[in-house]
Write a protein that binds this ligand. Structure first.
Ligand code: ATP
Length: 363
């Protein structure tokens, strides 16, 4: 079972596209990372940030331009994929269409000539775990997307590789099936004691499934930690916004622990040195007050969205900024009503104002 270490990994591609021929793209930029064995890790970030390229280098499907990859302290940077002992699950299932489910799942042990009575039992037990033992004789074309992805996961487990790499495994599935499969994946990975690296751009998926989230932006790792660590203590505007969404108030420090946003003085939880700051407050930490309090930030309720387990209130401030407040029980304020909003100092995240706020927030 490998502990994985990446040291200063960079991957550059040279474009072969007519329009951009010869242009060099840095897909992964000087990434160092340690993955603990038996942990469930997600590589999370916006489209094009280098997640898949990083995963493919760990799998041996791409060779780094520079840097080294170690499995249990052994340098495997140039080792071919088939020698790395990896189970790989792709977004598009990649099943063999001419083989039934049983043979698809058993493919690894069969081609490695490791087929014994015990292997046969193991394949049946994996098929039971993914709830497809009754469909063992079906062909992939006879299965739904969710079932096909279950087969792909079962096939990766049946290889008995200790390391499972998953590239957007739930991306092609409808939300309900994808969400159910998340829990199945977690259970399977823990049951078979696997180490997992899972690529996704879906922050909710990463939050529910991971022991450890590795947040990427433009080829680099911006933060890694447990979902709660990153949610509670994002180290940047990007992390705060990408994982769990956040409201931002571009303010100016007017005292050691006070900032001014428009005409409102805001108490902060701690000192901050830089003059220009961006204050972040999560939607569930915003209080809506129907009584207008001139000391608080004021706005107008623009939309009320029912999201199932909670209500979202979009409050438009005088400068056009939209604030999203989340409530478990509906607030009495109505659309078009003027309200004031407030939050406790302990719920404020403080960031230095970046050069380009919008760019920093996005990708
Ligand atoms: P997505 O979530 O959209 O799949 P990603 O975060 O997985 O994105 P990558 O697929 O790793 O991102 O791509 C990172 C960058 O490298 C992108 O700019 C992409 O266009 C570029 N890239 C990836 N593979 C190649 C390649 N074979 N040739 C040229 N450029 C590539």
């Amino acid at each position: 079972m490998p502990n994985i270490e990446l040291k200063k990994i960079t991957k550059k591609f040279t474009s072969i596209n007519e329009a951009t021929k010869g242009e060099v793209i840095t897909a992964v930029d000087d990434v160092s990372l340690k993955i603990k064995k038996h942990s469930y890790n997600t590589l999370l970030g916006p489209s094009g940030c280098g997640k898949t390229t990083l995963l493919r280098m760990i799998a041996g499907l791409e060779i780094p331009t520079s840097g080294k990859i170690y499995f249990d302290k052994k340098n495997i940077t140039d080792m071919p994929t088939q020698k790395r002992d990896i189970g790989f699950v792709f977004q598009n299932y990649s099943l063999f269409p001419h083989m039934d489910i049983w043979h698809n799942v058993g493919y690894g042990p069969i081609v490695r000539n490791e087929f014994t009575k015990e292997t046969e039992k193991f394949i049946h037990s994996v098929l039971r775990m993914v709830k497809l033992d009754e469909r063992a004789k079906a062909y992939p074309s006879e299965l739904s997307g969710g079932m096909k992805q279950r087969v792909a996961v079962a096939r990766a487990i049946a290889t008995r590789s200790p390391l499972m790499l998953l590239d957007e495994p739930l991306g092609a599935l409808d939300v309900r099936i994808g969400t159910a499969l998340r829990y199945d994946l977690m259970k399977l990975v823990k049951k078979y004691d696997l180490t997992t690296i899972h690529v996704t751009h879906n922050q909710e998926e990463a939050m529910t499934i991971s022991d450890n989230i590795i947040m990427m932006k433009r080829g680099r790792i911006v933060q890694s930690g447990s979902p709660k660590e990153i949610y509670d203590k994002p180290n940047s505007i990007f992390s705060a916004y990408f994982l769990g969404r956040c409201n931002f108030f571009r303010s100016e420090m007017v005292g050691k622990k006070t900032a001014k946003f428009q005409d409102t003085i805001i108490k902060l939880p701690k000192n901050h040195r830089k003059k220009k700051v961006v204050l972040g407050v999560r939607g569930e930490k915003i209080h809506i007050n129907s009584k207008l309090n001139k000391k608080n930030i004021q706005g107008t309720i623009d939309f009320i969205n029912f999201l199932g387990e909670k209500w979202q209130y979009i409050i438009r401030l005088s400068d056009g900024t939209e604030i999203s407040a989340l409530k478990r029980v509906p607030h009495k304020a109505k659309i078009g009503q003027k309200v004031s909003i407030s939050f406790y100092p302990d719920n404020i995240l403080i960031f230095d104002e970046p050069k380009d706020f919008e760019k920093e927030k996005s990708v």
